[in-house]
Design a protein around this ligand. Sequence first.
Ligand code: SF4
Length: 353
Amino acid sequence: MPSIKLHSPIPLLAPRDWQSELSQIIRSVDELLEFTGNKPGSLDELDTIDSDFPLRVPRPYASRIQRGDPYDPLLRQVLPIALENLSVPGYVSDPLDEANSNTMPGVIHKYHGRVLLILAGSCAINCRYCFRRSFPYQANQNSSAEWDLALDYIRQHNDISEVILSGGEPLIHSDDRLRQLVSSIADIAHVKRLRVHTRLPIVIPQRVTSGMLDWLTCSRLQTIVVLHTNHAAEIDDEVFAALHRIKSCGVTLLNQSVLLKGVNDDLETLKQLSERLFEAGAMPYYLHLLDKIEGAAHFDVATPRAQQLVGQLCATLPGYLVPKLVRECAGEPAKTPILALPDNYFHSTKEGL
Ligand code: SF4
């Protein structure tokens, strides 16, 4: 049974503010291996590589990695390895065809009633399976005047009731900048909800400042924060407290995970993740099948195995703790739900997993 580590194996120093943590993220494979007690060259098939999608790992996240374990599920999410260089048919640079819904710089308008703003071209952490790892962020870096045009676009589409701040990592911006933007969005009468897609409170929990809670809650908009967490060990005591702070302000707190081979593709890990999220105030929302982004094929979990896992989760947990298993298909008007299948389905059909 995989164990959960909720306490850092590294002695805790006085916490730095989030901007200091951002400026001191780990950027090299050697530094990450040293920080996590692993030796370069001793990782067998996990041979590390330099990549165009560079390594970026905040120290608060790295401190949750089990020292000396090259197969640690948190380490696997961030360590660039040689398997990324394999060219696998079907794995492409834009698996969701987002270029087609990148209506104007900084704006992705894919689904009815919702629009997504690409607020930042980078993240605090680079997840090796990221479906936007080849996204043309450069072409989506807007000046203030261009952001005014993006707001005009929302004004002109009165069917848009929800604005999603995304990226990259939207919370990489200052609270003042985000407060201003949220205030402008709230001035558009037909927008009802603000959603923030973020991994920053997980990887640098100090990001949950009183300023952030202020702009999240001071407008007339209903606010939803959608976290990205894949393993219960990502939620240590500091993250737990940060999530509670968000939740206690009345913000709806959801989580989406990606089902990843070698990270969370077993029942006990998924069960612990759902329970830990709920304890911290977040509802398990989506469990995504991997988007077929080039360089990430080694993370893929076969669909029947995913269906079986979620079927087992349904048989083990109350329904509200079971995330929806979904796949995102380019051009579809919504995410495609994937049916959970009971364990005995596979025995009765003798279907291979
Ligand atoms: S935090 Fe999200 S957007 Fe950023 S690298 Fe990870 S998966 Fe991609």
